[in-house]
Structure formats: structure tokens, C-alpha cells
Design a protein around this ligand. Structure first.
Ligand code: FAD
Length: 356
């Protein structure tokens, strides 16, 4: 019996969930069709513009697991010759926090190469804010536009059907599909009547500064947050975190604040040219990311929905771990028993498809 699965959304969550699920089903020999329904596609989604740092803090059981599943996947891709083309890079860098907010001691420090705490002397020598404490570690950068375009290409190669369509209600899938994977980001406000979901406005500046090879994240007092993230094509600096703000236009006051903060962290940026400015709305969810299964009933019947939305400022960090969990939940909904797939099997299938 052929199973039909609808995935709503084509941001990083919808694309990685479709890809992970379709390849897993294929490798497990389960006859199934995966179809993507989305109102907008790359390069017009939040996922395309995101700064791109894999950043797993604060520690939290489930989220740390998602972050590390993603980390393993990204390090795996990093070893492939295409990593630059698909927007993946690896740099060491600094996570700094104002000492008044308390020293961070992440539970994952032994899992990350090159992790060490910074001494007062190192902070001073590098010219970082004098109130800062922190550590250095090796992290992954994901340039959203390149990576999402690659995921989209993989999805097409796997012959996953794509529908450009706004879904008004999951009821349209009742009787036609076995399961829906809901990766609608902010769309969950209306699709699931989820009042916990809200936009968290983020403005960033993309700069031409190829000499910058280290990332810096600074979490200061009075909500002073700044980062400098070297991606493949530019260095992203930011940002604002404004819950409830739907304004997608670039704000000059925010621009000034970002530049002032980032010049303080990395003075050489003063010599860099601005190549782009962008505002995105993070799909925030006050009670945290929702990855769970729900049977939803409508007048025309019911359908199982695997939710995968509300990733806030961590969607790039969590995406592969959440895709794995969405696959596990979809298998549960379909009553299918599967094996845990290795990343290279998935990748092998994608590469194989790309040669066809
Ligand atoms: C300035 C900024 C910087 C960021 N930096 C980082 C970072 O460094 N690291 C990190 O981990 N994360 C970062 N993020 C967060 C990250 O971008 C998001 O968490 C992630 O993009 C969310 O992905 P998504 O697929 O859920 O949403 P989206 O990319 O918004 O995609 C949602 C999809 O759902 C579709 N959709 C919605 N409703 C419907 C409907 N009714 N019918 C059909 N389709 C629908 C949309 O068309 C779209 O295709 C940043 C975000 C911003 C704004």
C-alpha cells in the first residue's frame, strides 16, 4: 500500500524534514509519496536570510540533542567537497557573556573540538568588552540561502512533488494523505490557532570582510546582544530580538545600534563594505519549539499531524535533529518500523539521485 505524506512549509524545516523522511522511507523499502505544500520558497523564507551560526546554548535536554544531531550532520557535510557551494563552513570563535549574567559552563563542552575557557588576560589582549567572560570553540556556519537552495535541489532530485499553495486548513488532507508534517513556522499561528507563536524581529547586516575568520557572540547586560558570523559569501552581523514586531523593513536606528556594537567587538569591520541589510521574523514560541504528534479532527474526518515549528532563533541549529525526530514520529503515525539511518546512506542516496 502506497502511503502519502504531506509536508507543509519549504523553509529549512520543511525541506530537511521532507528530505530526511523521503530518503528514510526509500531506504527502508516503504512505498510512499512525500509532497511539499508551501506558500513561499527559497530565497523568500526566513531560513534563507538567517545569519547562520550553529549555537546550542542555553543547555536543555531535547534541544541539545537536536543541536548535536545537526552538528554531526553538518560536520559530515563539511568533509564533502561541495561544502562551500552549499553554504557550510567551520570556524572557531568566541562566546562571550557579561560576568554579571554569570559564567556559562555548557554541558556539551567535551563534545566540541577546540573548546577552552578564556582567561582574563586573553579577553583583555583581544580587546573584548572588559566585563566579558567566555570560551572559544569550533562551530559550524550555515549560509541559509545556499543551504536551503541545496536542500530544495535534493528534494526535487528525489522526485518529491512540490505544490505552491497556501494551506488554509489541514482538513484539505483528510482522506487523501496518511500524515501531515507541519513545518509552517509563523504560519502555525493560523493553521494551529497556536497563541504561543509570535514573530521575533531580527535585523542583520551583511558585510564584505573576507579577512574575518572567527565568529564572536556577545551577550551583554541590558539585552545588549551582538554577533559577528563569517559565512561563505559575507560576514553577517547583528542583531535585534524584538518579540511581537511584524515590521520587515530595515530600521536605521537598529542599523546604528548593530554597527556600534559590532565595531566594538571587531574594530576591523569599520573598513568593510555593507553588501546587504535584511530583516527576518523568527518563528518564536513562548513555551518552546513544538515537535510532537497530534490527531486533529475536522468535520470531514481526522488526520495525524506531526508538528515541527516554533524554532525561534535556533532553526538552523536544530534543523537536522528535528527532521530526524519528525521522521520517527511519522513512522509511528504510519505504523512503520524503520532502522536508524546513517548520514552517509542518506547522502549517498542524494548523490546517486543527482547523477540520474
Ligand atoms: C535575523 C535572523 C538571524 C537568524 N540567525 C540564526 C542563526 O544564526 N542560527 C540559527 O540556528 N537560527 C537563526 N535564525 C532563526 C532561523 O532562521 C529560523 O529558526 C528558521 O529559519 C525557521 O525555519 P522554518 O522552516 O520553521 O521557517 P521559514 O523559513 O519561515 O519557513 C516557513 C515555511 O512555511 C510556509 N508556510 C507557512 N504557512 C503556510 C501555509 N498556511 N500554507 C503553506 N505554506 C505555509 C512558508 O511559505 C515557508 O515555506 C535567525 C533568524 C533571523 C530572522
Amino acid at each position: 500500500m502506497n502511503r502519502r505524506i504531506a509536508v507543509v512549509g519549504a523553509g529549512i524545516m520543511g525541506l530537511s524534514s521532507s528530505l530526511h523522511l523521503a530518503t528514510s522511507l526509500r531506504l527502508d523499502g516503504v512505498p510512499a509519496t512525500v509532497e511539499v505544500f508551501a506558500e513561499t520558497f527559497s530565497p523568500h523564507n526566513t531560513s534563507d536570510g538567517a545569519a547562520g551560526l550553529w549555537h546550542p546554548l542555553p543547555d536543555s535536554g531535547r534541544e541539545t540533542d537536536w543541536a548535536f544531531a545537526t552538528y554531526d550532520w553538518l560536520r559530515f557535510l563539511m568533509r564533502k567537497p561541495i561544502h562551500g557551494l552549499i553554504g557550510i563552513s567551520e570556524f572557531s570563535g568566541f562566546r562571550l557573556v557579561s560576568q554579571d549574567l554569570g559564567q556559562e559552563d555548557p554541558i556539551w563542552k567535551d563534545r566540541i573540538p577546540g573548546f577552552s575557557f578564556l582567561t582574563r588576560n586573553e579577553i583583555k589582549k583581544r580587546g573584548f568588552p572588559s566585563d566579558a567572560a567566555g570560551f572559544v570553540y569550533l562551530a559550524m556556519m550555515i549560509q541559509g540561502n545556499r543551504y536551503c537552495q541545496w536542500l530544495f535541489d535534493c528534494v526535487k532530485r528525489l522526485e518529491i512533488k512540490i505544490h505552491k499553495q497556501k494551506v488554509e486548513s489541514f482538513s484539505q488532507f483528510v482522506g487523501q494523505f496518511d500524515v501531515v508534517i507541519n513545518c509552517s513556522g509563523l504560519g502555525a499561528i493560523s493553521l494551529c490557532s497556536d497563541n504561543e507563536v509570535e514573530p521575533v524581529r531580527g535585523q542583520i547586516i551583511k558585510m564584505e570582510a573576507p579577512w574575518i575568520k572567527q565568529f564572536i557572540i556577545y551577550n551583554g547586560k541590558h539585552q545588549k546582544k551582538a554577533y559577528v558570523v563569517p559565512c561563505v559569501d559575507y560576514v553577517a552581523i547583528g542583531s535585534t530580538l524584538q518579540p511581537g514586531n511584524w515590521d520587515r523593513t530595515v530600521n536605521p536606528d537598529d542599523r546604528k545600534m548593530i554597527l556600534d556594537m559590532c565595531y566594538e567587538l571587531e574594530p576591523s569591520l569599520k573598513k568593510a563594505r555593507i553588501v546587504d541589510e535584511w530583516v527576518g521574523l523568527r518563528p518564536g514560541r513562548r513555551s518552546g519549539t513544538r515537535v510532537e504528534i497530534e490527531a486533529v479532527s475536522y468535520k470531514n474526518g481526522s488526520i495525524q499531524v506531526v508538528h515541527n515549528y516554533g524554532h525561534g532563533s535556533k532553526g538552523l541549529t536544530f534543523h537536522w535533529g528535528c527532521a530526524q525526530e519528525a521522521t520517527r514520529l511519522a513512522y509511528q503515525a504510519l505504523g512503520v518500523v524503520g532502522r536508524q539511518k546513517l548520514a552517509d546512506q542518506l547522502y549517498g542516496l542524494i548523490e546517486f539521485q543527482s547523477k540520474m
